[in-house]
Design a protein around this ligand. Structure first.
Ligand SMILES: CC(C)(COP(=O)(O)OP(=O)(O)OC[C@H]1O[C@@H](n2cnc3c(N)ncnc32)[C@H](O)[C@@H]1OP(=O)(O)O)[C@@H](O)C(=O)NCCC(=O)NCCS
Length: 168
C-alpha cells in the first residue's frame, strides 16, 4: 500500500516540486510552486515562520503545501474582520496535487499530516488554523469542510477568496 508523507523542501527535492503542474482550469486556484517557494523565502528573510513541504507518495513527488504562522500582512494588520484569526495562528497555504495524481485521496492524506504538524504548534501557541480558497473551487471547499473548517464570510476577500478556520 502506498504511503503519503510530507518532506520539508530541501536541496534534493525542490526541483521536482517546481515541476508539478495543475489542470488548465485550476491555474487560478493556487500559485505556481516556484512562486510559492519565492514567497516562502521572503517570509523567512522577514523573520516570519513558514514550513514548505513536498507531498510524496512513497518516493514520488505528487504535491506541495506550506504552513505559515502569524502571516499578517500590512494590509490586514488593522482589519478586525480578519486579524482575529490570522494573528498568532497557523495557516495552511498553497496546497496542490499534480494533475496526474489527483482524485486518489492524496490531498486528504496530506491535509491530515499538515494538521498533525500544525497541532505540534511548531512556532508557538495558537487557537486556530486557517486557510482560504476561491469560492468557485468546490473540490477544495468540500475537502476543507470535511476536516471541520468553517467559513468566515465576514472576512471574504475582495479577490474572491473565502477564508475558513478550524479551532485547534
Ligand atoms: C484540491 C486538490 C488539492 C484535491 O486534491 P486530490 O488529491 O485530488 O483530492 P483527494 O483525492 O484527496 O480528494 C478529496 C475529496 O475531493 C473529491 N474530489 C477530488 N477531485 C475531484 C473532482 N475533480 N471532482 C469532484 N470531487 C473531487 C474526492 O472525491 C474527495 O472527496 P471525498 O472525501 O468525499 O471522497 C486538487 O484538486 C488540486 O490540486 N487542485 C488545484 C489546486 C487547488 O485548488 N488547491 C487548493 C487551493 S485553496
Amino acid at each position: 500500500m502506498s504511503k503519503i508523507r510530507l518532506e520539508p523542501i530541501n536541496d534534493d527535492n525542490f526541483f521536482a516540486i517546481t515541476k508539478l503542474r495543475l489542470k488548465r482550469e485550476q491555474k487560478n486556484f493556487v500559485a505556481d510552486n516556484t512562486y510559492s517557494l519565492v514567497h516562502a523565502y521572503l517570509n523567512v528573510i522577514n523573520g516570519k515562520p513558514v514550513f514548505p513541504f513536498g507531498i510524496f507518495c512513497d518516493d514520488k513527488p505528487v504535491g506541495f503545501v506550506m504552513i505559515a504562522y502569524d502571516n499578517l500582512s500590512e494590509k490586514v494588520k488593522d482589519n478586525p474582520l480578519c486579524n482575529w484569526f490570522i494573528c498568532d495562528n497557523y495557516m495552511i497555504w498553497r496546497l496542490m496535487i499534480d494533475k496526474k495524481y489527483q482524485g486518489k485521496g492524496y490531498a486528504k492524506e496530506a491535509m491530515k499530516l499538515a494538521l498533525d504538524f500544525v497541532r505540534t504548534l511548531p512556532s508557538g501557541p495558537a487557537k486556530y488554523c486557517w486557510l482560504s480558497y476561491d469560492i468557485n473551487n468546490s473540490v477544495a471547499r468540500n475537502l476543507y469542510s470535511s476536516f471541520g473548517f468553517k467559513e468566515v464570510p465576514s472576512a471574504y476577500y475582495e479577490n474572491g477568496e473565502m477564508p475558513a478556520i478550524l479551532e485547534l
